[in-house]
Design a protein around this ligand. Sequence first.
Ligand code: FAD
Length: 447
Amino acid sequence: MSHAPEPPILIVGGGLTGLSTALHLGERCRWLLFEREDRVGGHARTDVVRGFCFDKTGHWLHLRDPYTMGLVRELLPGTTPDNELVQVARRARVLSHGVLTRYPFQANLHGLPPQVISECLLGFIRAHFDPASAEAPRNFEDFCYKRFGAGIARHFMIPYNHKIWGVHPREITAAWCSRFVPIPSLEEVIRGAVGDTPPEMGYNIHFLYPRRGGIETLTRALLSRLPTERVRCGAALERLDLGRREATIAGEVVPYRAVVATLPLPELCRRIADLPDEMARWAEKLRCTPVRYLNVATRVPPRAEYHWLYVPEERYPFYRVGIYTNAVPEMAPPGCGSLYVELSDRGPAPRLDDLMPGVAEALCVAGAIATPDDILFAELRELTYAYVVFDDHYYEAVARLRSYLEAHDIYPRGRYGSWTYNSMEDCLLLGREVAGLLGEQLRCKEG
Ligand SMILES: Cc1cc2nc3c(=O)[nH]c(=O)nc-3n(C[C@H](O)[C@H](O)[C@H](O)COP(=O)(O)OP(=O)(O)OC[C@H]3O[C@@H](n4cnc5c(N)ncnc54)[C@H](O)[C@@H]3O)c2cc1C
């Protein structure tokens, strides 16, 4: 007796999480990947304009896991210059009080005005010896005061994080930051204040990046390992019916065995026809801030030598600037530069022409360019989903939604599927994790 084949596993979204899920499912299970856009990659795509390459702001590979290091090196083995991976020694700086200091701010106070250094040092020492600092912080703002003291909190941690997250650190829980915010020892802070530091210190002192074509080169290498007939672009998930186990994708009804959903979690929930009201209410609590950024092309090499610059002060319109060509000159035509500028304003969309004079002037102060005339062209772009807000509702909302969805064989994964703050490496690992889980749970055997 012949059995009807099991319906496939659907992978919704062809960013790094979706592609990694497909790669790791391999031939173990029947799967189909659907991507809404006309090409895969999601946030890991690169726009090429008049020979200048721009990622969706800097997408540098900070790998710490031996498995992903092996995978990325295997995907980009450097057998030809086109798929070479370069290792770059990080040069990250901070602009504040009119000077550039090294990153992280808290461990490199040297070079700041003396009164700022003493305020930061005394604040750190007071916090260090204050018994109250050992208590669990109430929120991210409190975390900054307890771990770094009032000076570093006021001059960098609070204003910078306010700019990047688009909400005040007081609205963010402290739980997420332990992994991402470097906390130096008292000795490191004192050494950093007097300039007694190694050239670069802290985390991620090296990063990897494709020699050519921007981060999308990695995306393409992943895609090239997948059977093309199972990857469909221009195919958006429109509706999911949990009861019937059917998805509507680009107008077509597709039965599924399980779904790996890498689209943003609230977007997924909005598409579930039979989602209970209670779950819909949890989904409504999820918050995320967008980011507007500029792709900037320069007709001469950029003046500054840093790869990226953190800009905490409110008087500047951006919170971070990066120079692709300082890492890999091939990101622009010879003798030119390509930059990204991440803007802090989340208000109504400005006109590029209104924005540029202020941005160009600030880029001169930041040392990125010598004069506004260095700019050949600029483009304004927006990421609708950039930073998930870890507010008081976050943990319960995500946990409840995830357990409900998984009970119905829907596996939300990825930066916006899992609804978290993570890196490309994390997404590659999430794809491997969910592929392993499905392979085991569904006892997939068929090709
Ligand atoms: C400003 C910024 C800077 C960053 N810099 C770095 C960095 O330097 N280094 C680093 O490691 N990481 C960085 N990241 C993080 C990195 O971009 C992400 O971790 C990773 O790319 C997310 O991959 P993903 O597949 O989970 O999600 P995405 O890349 O968002 O992929 C999801 C895919 O789903 C598709 N989709 C959406 N809706 C539907 C639908 N209805 N149907 C079908 N498909 C759909 C989307 O088009 C997209 O292709 C940065 C992120 C941001 C926002």
